[in-house]
Design a protein around this ligand. Structure first.
Ligand SMILES: [Ca+2]
Length: 215
């Protein structure tokens, strides 16, 4: 039993504990030189991180500007299309005169303005709501106007072209009273631009009011 107990006391340290001691020795010895190295690594890492961050911020601003421009283009396009659709829809009914006593038709045909009437209520006049309509372009305010009220913003240009029964263009604008009677087709072109003027969209519509020339 004694031999066995003595042998236990003199048992050499196992391999794991030796390597553990060496590890702590190395750590203690390398602390002084290791500090400098770690600080340089940190500075380099922070520099790289800052560069990446600066790059990401740059990309963000470029994308932000791009999407801002694109959303503005979409916005002006929607506004212009809405104005053009309303103009086209109303113009389609120009000359509607079920009693044939209202004298409805095209009343003014200019380069960038048109006035037309229709007797929607069918009471023999064009004095009711939405029966006498004028579309104009306000070049200063850059607006499409309907009866002097703004309908579409950022409209840079509005142009009308008029064609007769033979589809020949009536070019002496504004049209004379005699030529107003001949109008059968109207081509509308509308150009909308972004606020900074960088981008524009041109839309057009070809309108054949079926009631014109029915008298
Ligand atoms: Ca009426």
């Amino acid at each position: 039993m004694k031999t066995s107990a003595g042998a236990h006391k003199c048992h050499p340290p196992d391999r794991a504990s030796v390597s553990s001691h060496r590890f702590f020795d190395r750590q203690a010895g390398g602390q002084a030189s290791g500090h400098g190295f770690i600080i340089i690594e940190l500075i380099v890492a922070m520099g790289i991180a800052l560069l990446i961050l600066a790059g990401l911020i740059g990309v963000f601003f470029v994308q932000n500007k791009y999407f801002g421009q694109q959303s503005e283009v979409v916005e002006i396009q929607i506004n212009a299309r809405a104005g053009l659709q309303m103009m086209t829809g109303e113009l389609l009914m120009a000359g509607y005169d079920p009693t044939r006593t209202a004298d409805a038709g095209v009343a003014l045909a200019a380069v960038n303005a048109i006035r037309f009437t229709r007797d929607l209520s069918g009471n023999g006049d064009v004095l009711d709501a939405h029966e006498d309509i004028t579309y104009t372009h306000d070049a200063v305010a850059r607006q499409l106007k309907r009866n002097d009220q703004p309908l579409s913003e950022n409209v840079d240009a509005l142009a009308f072209r008029y064609y007769d029964t033979d589809d020949l263009e009536l070019t002496l604008l504004p049209l004379s009273v005699a030529d107003l009677e001949k109008v059968r087709r109207i081509m509308i072109t509308l150009t909308a631009v972004t606020r900074d003027g960088d981008q524009s969209r041109t839309l057009s519509s070809d309108v054949v009011p079926r009631n014109l020339g029915m008298m």
